[in-house]
Design a binder for this molecule. Sequence first.
Ligand code: NAP
Length: 296
Amino acid sequence: MVRPCEPAGDGTAGSHFYNGAMAPTLPSLAFLGAGSMGGAILRGVVASGVPVRGGIRATNRTVGKAGELAALPGVESIALEANPRGNADAAAQADVVFVGVKPAMVEDLLREIAPVLRAEAVVVSLAAGVTISRMEAALGAGVRVVRSMPNTPASVGKAVTGLAAGSAATTEDIATVRRVFETVGAVVEVAETQIDALSTISGSGPAYVFLLIEQLTAAAREKGFGEADARLLAEQTFVGAAALLETSGENPAELRRQVTSPGGTTERAIAVLQEAELDALFIRATDAALARAREL
Ligand SMILES: NC(=O)c1ccc[n+]([C@@H]2O[C@H](COP(=O)([O-])OP(=O)(O)OC[C@H]3O[C@@H](n4cnc5c(N)ncnc54)[C@H](OP(=O)(O)O)[C@@H]3O)[C@@H](O)[C@H]2O)c1
């Protein structure tokens, strides 16, 4: 599946740099269900500038949603309202097919596209809770499958995506799928048994961070700041701390120590937060998410 790195238009091999590495071309792609998550990955691929041989096709149900993607360069955006065979048409022309519809719709969609898939196509699900065995059962024996778990910072190129290979997927298939997800952030390969656990950390994780921001904002309001200042103080503190973490290369405990003078004000606040047994609280929260994933 991995195509050789072909000369770019300027005659140099490879042509594009991203994430610090030479980026070879990507094979033809289909995004079936290009909403929040599928659309974020699609936009990441387009923004990366990595050439896609054979083009990109994206499907959505409504003409309105398809219209939002129509201006993306190199993307054929299809509305099922206008072309009911759009999913099959897009899948038939793709080497890698991303399935970005809601989990309850995934298996029907896989059964629809199974007869038209290319022999070496890789089908990548973005759906929470749909197992590889269910995907393989819907697609038929021997179809190459990858299960993924991205997160919403994909829309700003800051995702963490977990990948788990199906029984027929090759090392090269995973490498190709990894390259697509690396256009929107970092990638971790795990066994499928770890995907639900990964989801409780990075899939749901942005919600935990936003909750903490909301709570710090509420504390600022309680201290007498107006809404705009409270939001600015809390939100920019998270943005700044995350940027410092990323650019410094230090671990969070060391960065925390640098703000926490012995006997000072921050130390008092941290002590109160630790009294709430945050470590146990996060384990309980992620355990609850894991239990729910197993119910679904
Ligand atoms: N959002 C997240 O944080 C997140 C994180 C990890 C994984 N995921 C997974 O990503 C998947 C999509 O979630 P989402 O949040 O992106 O939902 P979404 O924004 O509702 O996107 C789903 C898209 O599918 C389109 N669609 C509906 N029926 C279709 C069909 N039969 N064929 C092709 N397209 C169809 C919809 O188009 P219309 O709007 O025109 O109906 C919509 O744009 C889910 O399986 C979810 O588990 C989401």
